[in-house]
Design a protein around this ligand. Structure first.
Ligand SMILES: Cc1ncc(C[n+]2csc(CCOP(=O)(O)OP(=O)(O)O)c2C)c(N)n1
Length: 596
């Protein structure tokens, strides 16, 4: 048997034994053995992606939504380099990816051979582990075959360990790349020698538990800050329970998994801080809650909100505690006094056990008063504004999101608007954005990967330039609708196809730059920062088979959302907006919302 095929099959089978269920494959010759090995595996969902850059981000979105590693397969050369942006994001957001790249054999490296680049450790420190495999050989000793299998299991476990992230395995293959016959599969590939590598959940020691409980019992004025990428599972309930018993309110980032859901009932969860902490318009006094917090207890990554981060930085609490299972530092002001690497959900339960219940306090009342007042003002303003601005578009999308729906939010203004205008609510929603490296690339594909994890409706809100960056990714929408049906190896059961709605806020350029001092520097500002493109996105919708609706007022937007969000025909809703006006109007609204 062709050793390339044999080794690839051993590797892929070991990955499947380890738990892998999905792979995104891009076409190319040098990766043929890997591609065929995946195609022969039962129980693997194959996603076909023509563009490796989109493939990388699609895999990232799918891995986030399933909280499981997703594999990528591509050929040698610049195909590999196209994974780079998604790998950077996956590393910074701790998303498990298995990057499997075909390569030329060693004798062709550094020789001028075609499509041969240096792929060894090409992703540098952006991957958790990089392995350059040996060249498959016939009649290899058993230890070499076991190495193939254990490398697969170790790669999977490394990507999916306590600190999740991308792992790169590079596969040099010497020709012939194809099997001799169609009937090439190993009859019974030997099982891998180790089934899995496991790491145990780390819980607080008794003394850590007592110390943290004592901090809560000693201090009335605590804040629990949940940043992006808090753990899933029961963490929202666990942290809500800790908040309720301690009387410490939660400031919840929209990407934390804590701002929306049933656990918000009966819990003080603040999401209005991006409005009430605006320093230019600050209400009451310098201290929004009357006095300073004595303790800041953090979970997850650095919050999205600039104003929240500024407030946390200028506060002078006695303790700044951060609990994070993956141990990844997330404090760019370098003020953390205690970083605990422990399972966050378990830590909440453990700490709560010894807390003396504090059911009411002046501190809690102050936070509730500020939070309530700001949302009352915003809700009145929203109810009385017919005009379609970028932030009211976000407001309407949030209001109309289906329960348990998935919302992908593009970087730039959309994520900031979701942060500012999405009120905490009991409606469960899954919200994600690429905030690790905050690129505006790959957002279409990340959204589609995020939506591919289930059948719940997917809504993606993106700026026009963000959308433009990854229009290639839209091909997946067409393909999942049956473009691949004639090909039995690509399994995309129709029942799992989620309704997809893209909401593109088209202000003809990068509206976010209007917030910067550079906005005063014309003509450079418009030409080189705002970058208006005058694209008509109806053509993109047509090219990739999406329905298209262009809206210019809020009533039309709401009507389009209501009609499309549950529809299995994918749709692009283009929201026409005037970036200059929207920016001014938001500043006025900040003033009104902060007025007494
Ligand atoms: C890959 C990448 N290139 C450039 C940037 C810098 N950048 C941040 S926001 C932005 C403009 C985004 O415009 P758009 O998507 O239309 O959103 P808007 O600012 O209008 O909300 C740019 C170019 C980036 N974050 N990522």
């Amino acid at each position: 048997m062709n050793p390339n095929m044999e080794w690839s099959q051993l590797f892929v089978q070991a990955l499947v034994e380890a738990g892998l269920t999905a792979v995104c494959i891009s076409p190319g010759s040098r990766s043929t053995p890997l591609t065929l090995a995946f195609a022969a595996q039962k129980g693997i969902q194959i996603y076909r992606h023509l563009d490796e850059r989109s493939a990388g981000f699609f895999a990232l979105g799918l891995a986030v939504a399933t909280d499981q590693p997703v594999a990528l397969v591509c050929t040698s050369g610049t195909a590999v380099a196209n994974y780079f942006p998604a790998i950077v994001e996956a590393n910074m957001s701790q998303v498990p990816l298995l990057v499997l790249t075909g390569d030329r054999p060693h004798e062709l490296r550094h020789s001028g051979a075609n499509q041969t680049i240096d792929q060894v450790k090409i992703f540098g420190d952006h991957v958790l582990w990089a392995v350059d495999m040996p060249i498959p050989q016939a009649d290899a000793p058993n230890v070499a075959l076991r190495h193939v299998q254990t490398t697969a299991v170790r790669a999977y476990s490394m990507a999916n360990g306590r600190r999740k992230g991308p792992v790169h395995v590079n596969f040099p293959f010497r020709k012939p790349l194809e099997p001799e016959t169609r009937d090439w599969q190993l009859e019974t590939a030997p099982k891998s020698s180790i089934a899995s590598l496991q790491s145990a959940v780390s819980i607080l020691t008794r003394s850590q538990q007592e110390e943290l409980t004592a901090v809560i019992n000693r201090h009335e004025r605590g804040l629990i800050v949940c940043g992006p990428r808090c753990p899933g599972g029961n963490f929202p309930q666990a942290v809500a329970g800790l908040s309720q018993v301690s009387g410490w309110p939660i400031l919840a980032d929209p990407l934390s998994g804590v701002r929306f859901g049933l656990h918000t009932s009966g819990t003080v969860i603040s999401g209005g801080y991006e409005t009430y902490l605006q320093s230019e318009t600050l209400r009451v006094s310098r201290e929004p809650f009357g006095s300073e917090p004595e303790v800041i207890l953090r979970f997850g990554a650095v919050p999205t909100s600039k104003w929240l981060n500024a407030y946390l930085e200028r506060s002078r609490p006695a303790h700044r505690i951060h609990i994070r299972d993956n141990g990844v530092w997330a404090d760019d002001s370098h003020q953390t006094t205690l970083f605990v690497q422990a399972d966050a959900e378990q830590a909440c339960y453990q700490i709560a056990q010894g807390v003396y219940p504090r059911l009411s306090s002046a501190w809690l009342d102050a936070v509730v008063a500020v939070e309530t007042a700001v949302w009352q003002k915003l809700e009145t303003l929203a109810a009385n504004s017919a005009e379609l601005t970028d932030f009211w578009a976000v407001w309407d999308v949030m209001a109309m999101m289906p329960p348990n729906g998935r919302l992908f939010v593009g970087n730039s203004l959309p994520v900031r608007h979701v942060d500012q205008f999405a009120r905490p609510s009991a409606k469960p929603m899954h919200v994600y954005a690429n905030r690790g490296a905050s690129g505006i690339d790959g957002n279409v594909s990340t959204a589609l990967g995020y939506g591919a994890a289930g059948s719940a409706p997917l809504v993606a809100i993106l700026g026009d330039i963000t959308f433009y960056h990854d229009m290639n990714g839209l091909l997946h929408v067409t393909q999942r609708r049956g473009g691949t049906e004639g090909q039995p190896k690509i399994r995309n059961p129709k029942s799992e196809i989620a309704p997809v709605t893209f909401v593109v806020i088209n202000n003809n350029g990068g509206g976010i730059f209007r917030r910067l001092p550079i906005a005063e520097f014309e003509p450079e500002f418009s030409a080189l920062f705002l970058t208006p493109h005058d694209l008509d996105f109806a053509h993109a919708a047509r090219l990739y088979g999406l329905d298209f609706v262009r809206v210019t007022d809020r009533a039309a937007l709401r009507e389009a959302l209501g009609a499309r969000m549950y529809d299995r025909r994918p749709c692009l809703i283009e929201v026409m907006s005037d970036g200059r006006y929207d920016n001014q109007r938001r500043q006025e609204i900040n003033k009104i919302a902060n007025s007494q």
